[in-house]
Design a protein around this ligand. Structure first.
Ligand code: AOF
Ligand code: ZN
Length: 366
């Protein structure tokens, strides 16, 4: 790759622009674009909402026809070459007469996957790919996971005492005193396509699981794991804004009907043992175009997902209390037989949030 310090500066700006779409582009990826002529930025754009123009269209429009001829274009994702909700960006770049396109990464969407860059190369546009790839990929873990693995990116949020106890039948954050930690959870919710919980949490707390302090114009899908359809049709989440999907292993048509009447959708995704099939559930969510899932559930569901190798990231809040060994832990897991059975994580960030601490960790692939 033949990129320069100036290229890095323009790509850093494109990444900054892409971040503006963090809460709005779902189910599309967050993408930013910068158009440069004679060493100066003449157009900037980012993708704001699915169905609306892509980043490069906004940037080319801002630059104007006079400026795009022979311009350099910096993109956090390879330009699309297919007709989706909007026309292919490759055609717009070709029409605009740009000279060079630098993309941070290939589009993992199999409809594009290298074909976008190839197409513009065929029209004499010089291309480079891979500049600041890690930063660009970090913007879209869910989209990339859905396209490459056929499942969403799964992030588990749990709140506990400093000694790792949740103290209740679920990991709800209600008892966390710090306002800062609560506001932080709202952000994770707002960027997620779906929030996953268990019926035990619904029965214990009747949570809303919606986004309250953010104006994003969208609510994540709520997904409730409920193998026996114990979900009350009067649950709070069925009465507020946003959709709820109940995933069950039960064949009880009357219970399902009552929940549908209350506004829920019901999906039957069962193992032969009549529990919800977690891997199949994630596949189903990917099919629904779910990119990032935030799990806000109790130790049983969090443990089951972790054990099944279906968790990608942990967001753990620790409050300044000691609750003692008699209280509930964070993950229900079978006893360790060997030390090598431990689940390895890599801590990626630690910080104080008000009086609490937040630890972020990536779960190592098995
Ligand atoms: C780009 N620039 O800003 C974005 C891209 O239905 P559509 O037309 O919005 O197409 C969505 C697909 O386009 C999406 O799955 C991904 O492959 C690509 N997203 N591409 O050139 C953008 N958001
Ligand atoms: Zn496009």
């Amino acid at each position: 790759m033949t990129t320069s310090a100036a290229d890095a500066r323009f790509m850093a700006r494109a990444l900054q622009l892409a971040r503006r779409g963090l809460y709005t582009t779902d189910p599309n990826p967050r993408v930013g674009c910068v158009v440069v002529k004679d060493g100066k930025i003449v157009g900037e754009g980012w993708h704001e909402r699915a169905g609306e123009p892509h980043a490069e269209i906004n940037a080319l429009n801002q630059a104007g026809k006079m400026n795009t001829h022979s311009a350099g274009v910096y993109l956090t994702l390879e330009p699309c070459c297919h007709q989706g909700r909007t026309p292919p960006c490759t055609q717009a770049l070709i029409r605009a007469g740009v000279r060079r396109v630098v993309a941070a990464m290939r589009d993992p969407n199999p409809l594009v996957a290298g074909k976008g860059l190839k197409e513009i190369e065929g029209h004499g546009i010089q291309t480079e790919v891979g500049l600041m790839e890690a930063e660009a990929a970090a913007l879209n873990p869910g989209f990339i996971s859905r396209m490459k693995r056929g499942r969403p990116f799964v992030r588990v949020k749990l709140a506990a005492s400093l000694d790792g106890r949740t103290g209740m039948a679920n990991g709800d954050s209600k008892w966390i005193t710090s306002e800062a930690a609560r506001a932080d959870v709202q952000k994770w919710r707002a960027r997620s396509s779906a929030i996953l919980t268990g019926v035990g949490t619904v029965l214990a707390d009747d949570p809303s699981l919606n986004v309250r302090d953010f104006k994003t114009g969208r609510q994540p899908l709520r997904v409730v794991l409920d193998s026996r359809l114990r979900m009350p049709p009067r649950a709070r989440m069925l009465r507020n804004e946003g959709k709820t999907l109940i995933v069950t292993a039960s064949g009880d048509a009357a219970l399902a009907e009552a929940l549908k009447k209350a506004g829920a959708e019901v999906a039957h995704i069962s193992t032969p043992e009549r529990t919800v099939d977690l891997a199949a559930l994630l596949k189903h969510l990917a099919w629904l175009e779910v990119n990032e899932v935030l799990v806000e559930a109790g130790a049983t569901l969090c443990g089951a997902l972790l054990r099944a190798g279906l968790v990608d990231e942990l967001v753990l809040y620790y409050a300044p209390h000691i609750m003692g060994n008699a209280e509930r832990g964070m993950f229900v897991l079978p006893p360790l037989l060997r030390m090598s059975d431990r689940i390895n994580v890599e801590i990626t960030d630690t910080r104080a949030l008000g009086k609490d601490w937040r630890v972020m960790a990536k779960v190592s692939e098995k």
